[in-house]
Design a protein around this ligand. Structure first.
Ligand code: SF4
Ligand code: SF4
Length: 372
């Protein structure tokens, strides 16, 4: 066990261990699993107990508790200290180690993807080079799970909004440069995340702006990147990285009436909304496309409930993740106001809702008039 990493968690773990659980009801995992053992307080208390030698992070039940976090950040909103619970749990996962971490590290070091996939398979026939003001970075969910058609839809929307050519980042398994590193970040593998970001800085260096459809990628490539490599990233010409909807919303009028009169309810993805503070852009796009503002969940914007799709939680507890998604749409105070579909702006959120049987659409399909 790496005690140095655990020592770095002394303050956040102690704050939680001696707290009267002010964030008790904020955690989507604790609510869905209905277990005190996975409240933010309990999970962080385990880290505190591990630091003081009273439990081992390697015990299977402790590992399971560390896994029970989507990274949504809802607990932080309720915490007077702004305690970084998710980040602390992610670090603790790394200290505890697991078979998944070992497999992901090995695959990433070999291929640049934790599952050994080749993101370039979704990019065949697209202009991939290092020159061009604006470049598109697909991320693994878009490239490998949504596939080439979804990538092409993103590019059609981006080209229409910007009215200029957009190139695609030259990602591939052969170069081992293709993932932002989010799956490693949530497992506390910061050494690999940092190395990867430095290499991505070189890949992005010819561009002024990199645009990604995945808010998790945008978060790692901007917020985490500036925390981890900061000045070194700037020195290597790391460009601005924005979520796709932010860029599209600057020209929302170009999507006017694409889904006229459709009645949709917008879900704020955690890494776009609460963490990325992007709330208005998707709503402006939906207002333009539908000719009306989207319906809102009662809990929205910074207060939105999580869909359950982040933090690799669907990998460790698929049924728990699906339950969180179903609770998001059925337990909300506005659930009685009918909408045709839930719409969201995160590939992972959309997939998690779909896995849970929720009728859901991708915002890009709405603004291109390609709804089912
Ligand atoms: S995150 Fe904040 S409110 Fe929640 S248990 Fe920890 S210290 Fe208390
Ligand atoms: S970040 Fe979200 S899932 Fe993780 S402990 Fe906090 S509220 Fe729970």
């Amino acid at each position: 066990m790496n005690d140095t990493s655990l020592d770095a968690l002394a303050r956040p773990a102690t704050l939680c261990a001696f707290c009267p659980k002010m964030c008790r009801t904020a955690c989507p995992v604790a609510e869905a699993e209905g277990r005190e053992a996975v409240t933010p307080w309990a999970k962080m208390s385990l880290v505190h107990l591990a630091r003081t030698g009273q439990v081992s992070l390697e015990e299977p039940s402790v590992r399971r508790s560390l896994e029970a976090c989507t990274g949504c950040g809802a607990c932080v909103e309720k915490c007077a200290h702004g305690n970084p619970v998710a980040e602390s749990l992610f670090t603790a996962r790394g200290v505890a180690g697991s078979a998944r971490i070992a497999e992901h590290r090995a695959a990433f070091e070999r291929t640049g993807d934790v599952k050994g996939r080749d993101h370039a398979e979704a990019l065949v026939g697209l202009p991939r080079n290092k020159n061009g003001r604006v470049a598109y970075f697909p991320g693994c969910t878009r490239a490998c799970e949504d596939g080439p058609e979804a990538v092409r839809r993103d590019l059609r929307a981006l080209t229409r909004a910007l009215d200029e050519p957009v190139v695609v980042c030259d990602v591939s398994r052969a170069s081992r440069l293709q993932c932002c590193g989010y799956p490693l970040y949530v497992d506390g593998q910061i050494d690999l995340v940092e190395q990867n970001l430095l290499r991505l800085g070189e890949l992005f260096a010819g561009h002024e702006l990199v645009v990604t459809p995945d808010p998790g990628c945008a978060y790692v490539l901007s917020t985490v990147q500036s925390l981890l490599i900061g000045r070194r990233g700037k020195a290597r010409g790391f460009p601005s990285v924005l979520p796709l909807v932010e860029v599209l919303a600057q020209h929302a009028d170009r999507f006017a009436d694409a889904a006229r009169d459709r009645v949709l309810r917008y879900h704020d993805p955690c890494y776009l909304g609460r963490r990325g503070r992007t709330f208005d852009a998707p709503r402006e796009l939906l207002r333009a496309a539908c000719g009306r503002p989207p319906l809102e969940f009662h809990k929205n914007r910074g207060d939105a409930d999580c869909c359950g799709g982040g933090g690799l939680y669907p990998m460790s507890n698929p049924e728990g993740a699906a339950d969180i998604a179903r609770r998001r749409v059925s337990h909300d105070g506005n659930a009685h106001i009918p909408a045709e579909l839930v719409v969201t702006a995160c590939p992972s959120a959309r997939r998690n809702f779909a896995r849970a049987g929720v009728r859901v659409a991708d915002l890009i399909d709405v603004i291109l008039g390609e709804l089912p």
